[in-house]
Design a protein around this ligand. Structure first.
Ligand code: SAM
Length: 248
């Protein structure tokens, strides 16, 4: 399994490689294996056992790993608060993973105001376990496994959406389709005037915005919000630009 095209994914010797579903792939020629891995999407292929969840092994799949877990989660909440998120806001966390930021969002928001979606069902199951562990069930967070950014079953009631380190992991033609799905579908679960934040967006071009109800309204970098306070090294980070889209 090749992770090196994934800039925010920690590549270290502690990564629990055996948790990745390899099945028969190791017997395939590299080109064939890469074709299937790319088709599958590398985060989709990660599986977590109960033991992995208990040992917090899932943290090693995210940039910064366990060391920076809290800081990188806190950053996302602080950033959205600086952009006007309040406890009364309804937030859609796209590619929420094992709620590194989601746990902070859930704690901050009023009950019923958080929805986390991801295509990896083990991450979603882990998120649910974390909610129990942190006694956050009273906040009634919702979670869903979704494919192809298909938001059609989600009511159009969200004021904010964040896709943090999600759309940057696509590096072939098939996966670029995922970006197109994202921009085609993103208006569906959002209210008019809602704000969407996409990090690690150096790849972004306005030509993605074919949907007329979607407008690029801001582009943030380290001068706007200093990420070195959250454990990133400015010289090396690729979190910025973070783009803001507004639903019209
Ligand atoms: C680097 S992790 C970031 C997780 C979370 N946003 C955070 O900051 O902790 C990327 C996440 O996006 C999810 N993801 C990637 N592509 C996706 C897609 N096409 N649909 C849904 N989730 C996706 C992955 O499963 C993973 O949980």
């Amino acid at each position: 399994m090749t992770f090196c095209n994934c800039p925010d994914l920690l590549l270290n010797k502690h990564m629990p490689k055996h948790h990745i579903k390899k099945s028969f792939s190791k017997y395939l020629p590299k080109s064939v294996r890469q074709y299937f891995e790319n088709k599958l999407g590398h985060y989709r292929a990660i599986s977590l056992s109960d033991q992995d969840v208990e040992n917090c092994n899932y943290k090693e799949y995210m940039g910064g790993g366990a060391d920076k877990w809290e800081l990188r989660g806190t950053f996302q909440l602080d950033f959205l608060k600086a952009r006007g998120l309040s406890p009364a806001s309804k937030l859609l966390d796209i590619g929420c993973g094992p709620i590194r930021a989601g746990a902070h969002f859930i704690e901050y928001l009023n009950a019923g105001n958080y929805l986390g979606v991801d295509y990896n069902k083990d991450f979603i199951n882990t998120a649910r376990k974390i909610v129990e562990e942190k006694n956050l069930a009273g906040k009634r967070p919702a979670f869903a496994v979704i494919e192809n950014f298909d938001f059609k079953h989600i009511a159009a009631e969200y004021d904010y959406a964040i896709a943090f380190s999600v759309l940057n992991h696509f590096y072939n033609r098939y996966n670029n389709e995922q970006r197109n799905f994202f921009f085609q579908n993103i208006s569906k679960p959002l209210k008019k005037g809602a704000l969407v934040y996409i990090s690690h967006a150096a790849w972004f071009k306005e030509s993605y915005l074919k949907n007329p109800g979607l407008r690029l309204t801001n582009r943030f970098n380290n001068d706007d919000f200093d990420i070195t306070r959250y454990g990133w090294d400015t010289g090396k980070n690729n979190v910025y630009p973070i783009i803001e889209l507004t639903i019209e």
